[in-house]
Write a protein of this length. Sequence first.
Length: 193
Amino acid sequence: MSASVLYMSMSLDGYIAGPNDEPGNPGGDDFHRLHDWFIAPDGELIRPPGPAGQLMDEWDAAGALLAGRRTAEQVDHWGGDHHGVPIFVLSHRPPGPSAANYPLVTYVTDGIVPAMAQAKAAAGDRNVLVHGAHTAQRALEAGVLDELQIHQIPVLFGGGRRLFEMLPSRVELEIDRVIDTPEATHIRYRVRH
């Protein structure tokens, strides 16, 4: 059965983006530091050696992607191709003109529950990859986020955009798996609904 899984790299103090996160500086200052564990200095994706490599395999095996508008637009919708799967963008407004260039991109304007339902239908029996702090917060609030795969990076940012800045209430989690590497501690949580 398909699960919705948030995949996010995060500093030890809870930041998923550095200070000055804006359209001209996506991810903010030193954003690359959060992704050194799977992105080479030239920007090429790499499959980490050892057990952390299975995380990239899981990412690549997802059947659909659900992201918020801000996340999707900052990366120009991944050029319309996030490893060949449908991309669903949660938004309150219709898409901007660049989205028309990408047939795999669908904007969903009627909320997180319909957006997740569309993504899960498109994914079939594969997982839905979830990106973005706002999208994760709304999915947790609505009870439609099943798991969190947090890549805890050994760095303190001291500022930027936090992953869980605004939650309406406490969310109980269960640790499913921990993969510890020198670059990151990868913790998989199940959301207790």
